[in-house]
Design a protein around this ligand. Structure first.
Ligand SMILES: [Zn+2]
Length: 292
């Protein structure tokens, strides 16, 4: 249930049945929402019907109302323009959120006044552009089964004399987890969608070259890689001494400095498929920054 002050209840009942603009204030007196109405009385009342509270935004607005203010206008158009100007002036929190819903009305420019309204929306758009997303993150995970007579390649580094991993490519779980984190940050699905197992072109391919291709997608979409952090989860071999080499190989494939790539090695202390040396897993996370 929503509780709102009694005097607000009185205000609602006495609202005129005329066009106008209403302003909702919170306890601090800040304007949290501005709206226009053809009929102030019925429009504002509608917020306080229990059925309207099913909408989480309406519920949030109503639960914060401490005071109401209204301005009667001569026409709906006047209310529209006044609303636009008041939104511009107060930038009410819930108006901004509601505009983010992309439910922009169609703007037809007929009257000079309509230009003001149109300008308001252009401004809103520009405001949005200023606030455009400049960083993104992504997560990746991969695991492959251990297989004798296959080379072991982790983070682009070959471990001679160790049992390798089964996979269509060189089964480098670290590269695959990083590729998935980058594709995740781009919102571009996963590695299997871009380099399917069924495609003979990728049979036995070095996963570093897949990473290079994914890094090219990142760049092509207007992003640069801020950093990558990866975990290799393997019971054997000892990975620690080869980490600097992995960082260089991975960074080289992505065209970034080695300092931006971190690799950590973990065992699972004998637990699970990794502990039984049946497979090797990797996790990765990345941060992308928008290029200017
Ligand atoms: Zn894989």
């Amino acid at each position: 249930m929503v509780n709102f002050p009694e005097h607000v209840q009185t205000q609602i009942e006495t609202l005129p049945r005329k066009p106008g603009v209403y302003l909702m204030h919170d306890v601090s007196g800040a304007v949290i929402y501005v709206g226009k109405a053809v009929d102030l009385h019925s429009r504002v009342r509608s917020y306080f019907h229990a059925s309207a509270w099913e909408n989480p935004k309406v519920h949030a607005i109503v639960s914060e109302i401490a005071d109401l203010e209204f301005i009667v206008t001569d026409s709906e158009l006047e209310a529209l323009i006044l609303e636009a100007n008041l939104i511009k002036q107060h930038r009410p929190r819930y108006n901004v959120r509601l505009k983010d819903d992309k439910r922009y009305p169609y703007i037809k420019i007929t009257w000079p006044e309509d230009l003001l309204w149109a300008e308001h929306f252009v401004e809103q758009k520009e405001h949005k552009r200023e606030r455009r997303v400049t960083i993104r993150s992504g997560i990746g995970y991969d695991a492959h089964r251990c297989k004798e007579d296959r080379p072991l390649v982790l983070g682009g580094v070959r471990f001679e004399g160790e049992p390798g991993l089964l996979g269509h490519s060189d089964a480098d779980v670290v590269c695959h987890a990083i590729c998935d984190s980058l594709l995740g940050a781009l919102g571009a699905g996963d590695i299997g969608q871009h380099f399917p197992d069924s495609d003979v072109r990728y049979a036995g391919i070095s996963s570093l070259s897949l990473l290079t291709r994914v890094a090219a997608m990142v760049s092509g979409d207007g992003w640069e890689i801020e950093n990558v952090d990866a975990v290799v989860i393997a019971e054997a071999p000892r990975i620690g001494p080869r980490i600097p080499q992995m960082r260089r190989a991975l960074a080289g494939a992505m065209g970034i400095e080695a300092e931006r790539v971190n690799v950590k090695a973990k065992t699972t202390e004998g637990l699970g498929f990794v502990g039984r040396r049946e497979g090797v897993a990797s996790e990765a996370i990345c941060m992308l920054r928008r290029k200017d």
